[in-house]
Ligand binder design. Structure first.
Ligand SMILES: [Zn+2]
Length: 258
């Protein structure tokens, strides 16, 4: 049987936190069987560096504007984004719009909604899945997705919500990105979601360098925690890690049409 490998569906390995040891990290990841990564886009200023790293290490990538990086001129930024999308449409590493989304803990919520909506429309126009950041805004995001009706769905990355909310995303054709939070013994709501929802809804991610698991000796998160996430999922589902990893990989490849 072919050895299963891990796919980190959300890691900001282009960020400067990795500048000093990126090469070594990729070597370590490869040794652990972590051989595929998706680097999401966060802001126009950072796209060129992101694409440079994605190309150098052959990582998949998304193009988008994160709600923490609201551009000074929204229309101009969306035009810039669409030009980038067009430029990379035939690049096999370019797989999604995002990350974009909504974050109630940050300011300018009305502008965030407009920025997110514009990116959902691009995802629809170019038949691409979308990578969504959703913090304390599930009702607003579900309303926006219901209105936009995306044919390819996408992922709610770093999902944190109830089983009921997860089911609403399921109806909208979305998957849930499960990350290091699952390793927190206190994250009962997320454990419940992973136990209850159909297995075809989950993909795995780390959101590196953020979202370091609570018990980790490392300060910086990295894709090296993926095997622990799969182990925890297997424990919660009472299934083998082989089966869980196989299903999660299948989900990821299906979502990004790889
Ligand atoms: Zn992210």
């Amino acid at each position: 049987m072919m050895k299963q490998t891990f796919f980190d569906s959300h890691a900001h390995l282009d960020f400067e936190e990795f500048d000093h040891d990126r090469e070594a990290l990729f070597i370590k990841m490869k040794a652990e069987g972590i051989d595929r990564v998706l680097i999401p886009g966060v802001s126009p200023e950072r796209w060129s560096r992101q694409l440079e790293i994605a190309n150098q290490y052959q990582c998949f990538f998304g193009l988008g504007i994160h709600p923490w990086f609201i551009p000074p001129d929204l229309d101009k930024a969306i035009i810039h984004l669409e030009a980038q999308v067009n430029q990379h449409l035939s690049n096999p590493l370019f797989v999604a719009i995002g990350e974009c989304g909504l974050d109630k803990l940050r300011s300018d919520f009305t502008v965030q909604v407009e920025l997110c909506h514009q990116q959902l429309l691009l995802a629809k126009k170019y038949h691409l899945p979308v990578i969504l950041h959703a913090v304390k805004c599930h009702a607003e995001l579900i309303a926006l997705l219901t209105k936009t009706k995306l044919p390819h769905g996408g992922v709610i990355h770093g999902f944190y919500g109830s089983v009921e909310i997860a089911k609403q995303y399921q109806l909208l054709g979305f998957k849930l990105g499960i990350g290091g939070l699952l390793l927190n013994p206190m994250a009962k709501k997320l454990h419940h979601v992973v136990s209850e929802l159909p297995l075809d809804m989950f993909i795995i991610e780390t959101d590196s360098p953020s979202m370091t698991p609570i018990n980790s000796p490392e300060k910086r998160n990295s894709p090296l925690i993926l095997p622990a996430i799969i182990e925890k999922m297997a424990f919660l589902r009472k299934k083998s890690t082989v089966l869980i990893l196989e299903q999660v990989n299948k989900n990821t490849l299906q979502l990004y049409e790889l």
